[in-house]
Design a protein. Structure first.
Length: 67
């Protein structure tokens, strides 16, 4: 599965790398929303995928902070 592989990669990263990844994902989400508002976005499912990736990153950050 693609998502489990993504999560395993996230678990191997440091908290600083995870924060950089989170910022990049949020920036991508902003750009996708902007493109969607101006009717330039072809693949609207990408918005949902990026949102889920943001949630996965936040979950891993929380797990690392509690450990």
């Amino acid at each position: 599965m693609k998502s489990s592989k993504f999560v395993e990669e996230l678990r191997g990263k440091t908290p600083e790398e995870l924060n950089k990844e989170l910022v990049a994902a949020k920036r991508e989400l902003f750009n996708l929303r902007f493109q969607n508002a101006t009717n330039q976005l072809d693949n609207t499912a990408r918005i949902k995928e990026v949102k889920k990736n943001i949630a996965r990153i936040c979950t891993v950050i929380t797990q690392k902070s509690k450990a």
